[in-house]
Design a protein around this ligand. Sequence first.
Ligand code: SF4
Ligand code: ZN
Ligand code: ZN
Length: 303
Amino acid sequence: MCTYCGDATIYAREYEGVSFCGKCFRHTIEERVRKTATTYQMLEYNDHVAVAVSGGKDSLTLLNLLVKLEKRFPKSRITAISVDEGIDGYRDEALELAKTACEKLGVEQTVVSYRELFGITTDEIAEMRLGQTPCAYCGVFRRKAINKAADMVGATKIATAHNLDDEVQTILLNMLHGDPLRIVRSSPVLRDPRGRFLTRIKPLCEIPEKEIVLYAYLTGLEFQSVACPHGSEALRNDIRSFLNQMEQKHPGTKFTLNRTAERLRELLAAAAPISHLNECEKCGDPTPHRLCEACTMLQTIAA
Ligand code: SF4
Ligand code: ZN
Ligand code: ZN
């Protein structure tokens, strides 16, 4: 029985010891996203938010939730940014779903492609067998493509659909890669005090992935369910299974890890402030090195 209204239960949230009917479940997700946005001061009344929309469950949920939130701020605006990485038989369907969702919600959409921005596609990178998985390149280029598109449309902020699972997986990945300072740059809100890059926000960072799937299903969102043919991040997959096992045995593990990262960020921010990042010698983007990751990768590809 739903803890809040007594209707039939559809979901038991173990980490809080409560049960939900469909209506109360959707309400709790919307409220949590609103609370995350308020706690981290993610949105301002006159923001133009560029929302990265791939056509997957996370990004379509984010778009729906932000459109709802935005109705409270008549001076704000949303533009969906979709990136075509050039992955045959995969990306086209997702882009179509993203387009339909934007039309339904009355949101403008801008599509940019790796081909036009970088002169190469993810399929072509995969064929080159460069030593790292195509995801390593694809992820870095996506970030850059979203930045460029957000600049093009004149956005004031970029919203991405990283969920709680993505966040805690990334925290452990950074630790296993021996790169703890990167944890500072993966905070729920990333602002550059020197104003060199657009503020990035992650309004879904406190929602577990399985709750996003349920929310998307209950909201009737049509999202892409087939997996990318290049998706083979072995280490991340191992971390995902480990965290899911831990969560099952010890409900709340993911939230605890996320809170630990928050504390680490406060401590590490003093050691590696965002304002101390250099400007990439090629493109001007902030980077802890001489060249940003995307420019370094483009050089490797060209070599
Ligand atoms: Fe790109 Fe990897 Fe994601 Fe496929 S799974 S879209 S290659 S990052
Ligand atoms: Zn209820
Ligand atoms: Zn660069």
